[in-house]
Each structure stands twice: as C-alpha cells, then as structure tokens.
Design a protein around this ligand. Structure first.
Ligand SMILES: [Zn+2]
Length: 169
C-alpha cells in the first residue's frame, strides 16, 4: 500500500507547480540541497501503529498551531491520510536559520520559500505532512535553501563560497 507513496514517484516536481499524479509533493529547486527523506522512518512508525505497538493518539498529535499552519500556509497533496483515510494530507514547510531572523520558526508556502531563497544565503526547511481531520503529522523531508547553493548566483557569492572551502581545508 505504501509503495504508491514512495518518494521517487514525485521526483522533479517544481515548487510552484501543483501536485500531479501520484506521490507526495517533494519540492525540488536549484537552490535546494542537503535533502534528507524520512520516508523509511514514516513507514516504520505507521507499521508500529498498524501492529498496535504505538497508539494512534501518539502519532495523531498535531498541535493547534500546526493544524492552523496547514490551513493557511499548507500545500495540498493527493496523498490520503494513512491513519484515518478521510482526507488528503497537507504539507507544511517550516523554516529555520540565523539569516532569516524573525522568520525563523514560521510556516511558509512554496512560493514564499522560492522568493526567500533568492534573497537569503542559507536557511533550513522542514517539510511536515499533516492531516487536518485526525491530526496525523510526520516529518517528510528536510533540506537547505538559499542562493549560496545556486550555481547562477552573482560572482561575489561564488567567491565567498570558495573562500569557505579554502578555509575548511
Ligand atoms: Zn487523518
């Protein structure tokens, strides 16, 4: 059942493109790097729930803040909630990092992430899926965004990236 949600199916989705076909909305843009997929962990948690080793209340514990973020800043998917099967999951993107200052710890839409990545050198993004019906929530992926990873960035940022590498060796 879970094979239909393997992350490879949605490879190549652009941030601003709506989710199409099967799979969750794993966003891929040129400024994105350090991608970590938590699909295996998710599968393990769901297997524990199915076996009764983990209570539903332990995994369906989205805070009101997270559910509200899903409502106002979330990205709809075509992935049915694996626990209640009553509605499609919503992806919420949380951002963290020193460079984004007061924005750290807030939820952003994919469009806002792209705009931010053009202005900020580096920030962390945590993609969380949420069911607004039963409050299931799980970390889907984490990655880094920002123009430091952009090959087409202005020359001065390329130079600073090279300096950092030199300093590291
Ligand atoms: Zn649900």
């Amino acid at each position: 059942m879970l094979s239909s949600r393997l992350p490879g199916r949605s490879r190549g989705c652009a941030l601003t493109r709506p989710a199409t076909g099967a799979g969750r909305t794993l966003i891929r843009v040129r400024t994105q790097r350090g991608f970590v997929d938590y699909a295996l962990k998710r599968r393990a948690v769901l297997a524990e729930v199915m076996r009764g080793q983990t209570g539903v209340s332990e995994v369906c514990d989205a805070s009101p803040y997270l559910v509200r973020a899903a409502k106002f800043h979330g990205t709809p998917t075509d992935v049915l909630c694996p626990v209640c099967r009553k509605e499609e999951l919503t992806n919420v993107f949380w951002i963290y990092g020193d460079e984004i200052k007061h924005l750290a710890g807030s939820a952003r839409t994919p469009e806002e992430l792209e705009r931010l990545a053009a202005r900020v050198g580096e920030f962390d993004v945590y993609q969380v899926e949420v069911c607004r019906t039963c409050s299931w929530n799980h970390l889907v992926a984490s990655f880094v965004m920002g123009f430091h990873g952009d090959e087409t960035a202005p020359p001065h940022s390329k130079r600073s990236a090279r300096n950092r590498r030199t300093a590291a060796t």
